[in-house]
Design a protein around this ligand. Structure first.
Ligand SMILES: *Cc1c(COP(=O)(O)O)cnc(C)c1O
Length: 401
């Protein structure tokens, strides 16, 4: 792997026949430091957004000590990469064997759950040989909250309803050393109000159950910047969360956690693709729906694009992309705005693919391979540079509703 100036330099030097993933470690480190310094609590990196071991080390070096893992393979990967990291197993439905391996072999003490059955499973899997229950568990009950302010819902699958939460919170309190409540407002939450509303539900759950809560975990959902999706600054989210969390009926020593995946990884990767064929306003490129462009195909998500190298026409037009596999589903509608004269053989950089992009690649149909290179220019958009609004002014984001 080499360190290049930017995507144009990579395309010029390598003239790659396959797509190239570009890493921007400086951008990921900047995002991590931002959360470490400004989030009013502890930030867990949600590993599923991008499990690259290189990225994990960048985040660790920038101060991220806690990692949200969801499968035993993620537990093993992060433990092997970062021996000192605190791992939190935050999938509410886990195999018993995975819980036991995480607890006994990898030092995991924090688990999430959203049912009595999962609580029973955790207690059984972490008991010692004589059947004595573990006394050092941090157990986070996942509460269902609305995903209405997010671009991608996480509201249907997991989480116990507020109406049913009290007995589960009380039962969990009985066996947990630390009791937490966790939520997820959905990914790419476009307003801080999503968190304020979720924390109102957390308040109701605590009051209903009359339990002492040690951890409040607001989950992921912190947005990045994509075409047509420009969220308020992250400072506004942190200020709203801080204010709402401060007023919760929790113990003085309680901790505030968050689990950013997208916000810590989106700026880390972009991708160089090559146009293999042009058919009118459709470009056939060598990456697609079964690769890093999963969200572009399946969610209609738009990503920033730019033509690399050469001299292109000033005029721009809207294009759609076809990926490399043999089926019609490998289609990204966009629109992606590129020079009107773009043609077969041209290279394009597609930005903001560090979260749920690079991680989504499969080998379907023989594609999904290629080089990985480091670049040192800025990502195509950033939450972490540029003018910042006075947080007192943009507090209005919350009050508008
Ligand atoms: C996916 C996920 C996250 C990360 O969400 P982002 O929207 O990427 O920040 C955090 N926590 C849990 C439990 C998740 O499933």
């Amino acid at each position: 792997m080499h360190n290049h100036l930017d995507a144009s330099a990579v395309a010029r030097t390598l003239a790659p026949d396959e797509p190239v993933i570009l890493n921007r470690p400086l951008a990921a480190a900047r995002a991590a430091r931002f959360f470490v310094e400004k989030f009013p609590g502890t930030s867990l990196y949600a590993v599923k957004a991008n499990p690259s071991p290189v990225l994990l080390r960048v985040l660790w070096d920038a101060g991220i000590t806690h990692y949200d893992v969801a499968s035993i393979a993620e537990v093993r990967l992060v433990r092997a990469t970062l021996p000192q990291a605190v791992l939190c197993f935050m999938h509410p439905v886990k195999p018993g064997a995975a819980i036991a391996e995480a607890y006994f072999e990898h030092g995991v003490r924090t688990f999430s759950l959203d049912s009595q059955a999962e609580l029973d499973k955790i207690v059984a899997a972490t008991a010692d040989r004589e059947g004595r229950p573990a006394v050092d568990l941090s157990l986070c009950v996942r509460l269902r909250v609305s995903s209405e302010y997010a671009e991608l819902s996480l509201g249907a699958k997991f989480g116990i309803d507020l109406a049913d939460a009290a007995p589960l919170l009380q039962a969990t309190r009985q066996v947990a050393d630390c009791l937490g409540i966790c939520v997820h407002v959905g990914s790419q939450a476009m307003t801080p109000f999503a968190y304020v509303q979720a924390l109102e539900r957390v308040r109701a759950a605590i009051v209903d159950a009359s339990v002492t809560v040690d951890i409040v975990d607001v989950g992921g959902g912190f947005p990045s910047i994509y075409p047509g999706m420009e969220p308020p600054p992250l400072e506004d989210y942190f200020a709203s969360i801080h204010r709402a969390a401060e007023s919760l009926p929790v113990s003085y020593s309680s901790e505030l956690w968050c689990e950013p995946g997208r916000a810590l990884s989106a700026e880390y990767n972009s991708l160089i693709v090559r146009v293999e064929k042009r058919r009118g306003k459709q470009l056939f490129i060598n990456e697609g729906a079964y690769g890093a462009l999963y969200d572009a195909a399946h969610l209609g998500w738009r990503f920033p694009v730019r033509a690399l190298g050469g001299s292109h026409a000033e005029a721009q037009e809207d294009f759609a992309f076809y990926g490399p596999t043999c089926d019609d589903a490998d289609f990204m509608e966009g629109p992606f705005r590129l020079p009107a004269d773009i043609a077969a053989g041209d290279y394009i950089e597609i930005g903001m693919l560090g979260a749920y992009g690079a991680a989504m690649r499969t080998r379907f149909n023989g594609f999904g391979t290629g080089l990985v290179e480091d670049v040192c220019d800025e990502p195509m958009a950033s939450q972490y540079i540029g003018p910042r609004r006075d947080p007192r002014v943009s507090d209005n984001v919350v009050r508008l509703r």
